[in-house]
Structure formats: C-alpha cells, structure tokens
Design a binder for this molecule. Sequence first.
Ligand SMILES: [Zn+2]
Length: 382
Amino acid sequence: MLPGEMTLPEGILPLTGQAVNQLFQMVSVEADTWLAHELLDRLKMLQRIYFQDQSANHNCPSCGADKIIRKGWRNRVLGTSRGKVRLLVMQACCKACGRVFRPLNDILGLPFARRFLDELVEKGIKLGTQFSFARSANSIRELTSGSISAEGIRQKIAERARSIELLDDVSGQTVMVDATKAKAGPKERGVPIHLAVTAVPGPFVAGRPSIVKKLVHLHAGGIGPLRTHLKKLSPDIVIHDGGEDLTGCAKHVQRCLWHLSHQLGHYLWQDGMAHKDRGDYQDHLKTILWTGDNRKQRYDQFVKDLESFGFRTAAGHLKAAGNEAFTFLRAPGITYSTTSPLEREMRELNRRADVGVRWSTPGVENVLKVLFHYRLNLKPET
Ligand SMILES: [Zn+2]
C-alpha cells in the first residue's frame, strides 16, 4: 500500500458479487446518521427563530405573565422508519412565578404523548388495515429501521377511526348498502357489519369501465345506527338486498334486481320446487325486471301465478319487495339498480375481518372503517 492511500473497508472485500449491496448498506447507515444529526440541528435552529419571532406571544401557562426566558433544551426520542431519532425541545421559564414549560411544543407538533413521527404511524396504519396487527408490526421491523408494537398499531388505528369524517352530503347520489357477519363480540355467530357507499360510473381504466365509490357509513352491530344515519343524510336513492327494512331511509328505495331473482331460487326451493324448474321461473322474473313495458303489472301477475301454483314463500317474497322493485324506473339520477358494485368491497371486508381470531366489536369496526376510508375516500385519482 502506498502512503496516503485510502484503505477499502474490509467488509466489502471478501464477498465477490456483493460489493454494491454492501456499499449500499454502509452508505445507508451513514446517511441515516447524517439525517438524525440534521434533523436535530435544524429543529433547534427553527426553535430559536420561532422563539425570537414570537417571544412577545409567549405567556406563562400558570400565571399568564409575558416575561419568559429560555431555559435550555430537553431530550425527546421519536420512532421513525429510519430508526429512533433524538430531538431537543426548547424550555422556557416564567420570570414571575418560576414555572418551567416548553412553549413551542404545539407549533412543532410535538405534544408530550407523541412517540412516533407521522410517517411511521402511517405505515403501521396502512399495514394494519391489511394484515393482523402482529404481522404488521413484524413487517415494520423487517422492512424499515423503525418499530411500532402490534398494540401501538391497534391504538393508532382506533385513533384514526375516531377522526374520520365521512361524506355528509349525498344528495342526488345512489347509495348502496349491504351487511355481512364478522366474528366479533360475545355471540357465537358474531356481529353484522353494515356498509354503505355511493357509487357512480368512473372513467375507463385500461379499457374497462370503473366505478367511483365513496364510503358513507360503516358500523358493527344492529341495523339501528345505519337507519338513523341514512335518515339524517336523506339520500335520493338507496339500493339494498332486502336483508333489512329500509323504508323511509331515502326518497327512493330500490331492491337489488340481481338479489331479487337470486333469492327467488332459494324461496322456490323452500316451496318444494325441483331444481330443474327453478331456473325458468328465475329467468322469467329477470325478463320482467329488466325488459319491456308494464313491468309492475307483469310482476304482480307473476306473483299471483306463483300463489295459485302454491309457491307461497316465493310469492310472499316478491310481494313484499313489490314496492321497491321498480323504483329505478322513476328515480332520477340513479346510477345502478343492483348492489353489485358493493360485492368487491364486501369480499375485501371479509378478507380482512375473517382472519380466524375473534375481534372485539369496536376493534373490527375501527379497522374496517379505516380500511374503507383509505380504500375509497383517499384513493388517488386515476
Ligand atoms: Zn408564571
């Protein structure tokens, strides 16, 4: 070796074919060290500027006096996805009463309870809406230099769920509702999750028509809160599968046309009709629902025929739905007459909720609310 020549780091010499990877690792550590120092230094500089600019506005939180002086720095440690960073926060002292406080906590966004930067929290929340909290916490540890516990992710999701503000104006829009059971709460069969979204045709994406959906409502439990919420929102059109009575929840209530004929098959089975014959009846109903004139009259006649043939359950099913079967013909601005745009969301809901563990009712509601808020409301425009 010549005098003054730089030595190569020993670590990158022996592994042939790994030099660039090892160099990257090494430089990443240096970069993160640099980042931690810069963050510390610049935050200090910023606080000095804030303190000078606004010193006239600082009042003692105890006695209200405005004579305050600086009194050193206090350590804060925050979790980030580049590891833990140490920050210094300015302290001040009231000359009148001697109270020591941190005048810039609010303006810095560093309240006492903060333990993580938003960027790490955001990663935890996003993972937690997709996977179990434990798995999300593991992924954070494996894929970043930071860490946040499974319980931490659960709490952050609950906080986020509380802060979500959903659409409060759905006038002129088509709202679709559906429900599915999730294994939560003390009851063996779990609790129903009620979901409501607005749906309008969106632009063509990769040659296919898309549907733009926005989350309107999500809760776990009985139907009550959904009815109350809908009545408050007073949407023009609500589409549902008939699982619950939604009379009075919208100007126009429409039964999902797909479900109407699908369910007919089930009721005909209950009435004892052979499998091979059911399809014809379902097809006949579909023709009435989707095509031609005088649909309501033909529908009523079909119900009468079913009754006279002795298929009482099926007739009763259609009779009960009669008032909501053809709303779409007279509801202005209706975008869909089935709940099929919701099917994909319900599958997504089940995928996250049905993970083999029993949830608490608020726990499953929080994670699903955040999931669909991110999925539908915060989706980047395509
Ligand atoms: Zn004071």
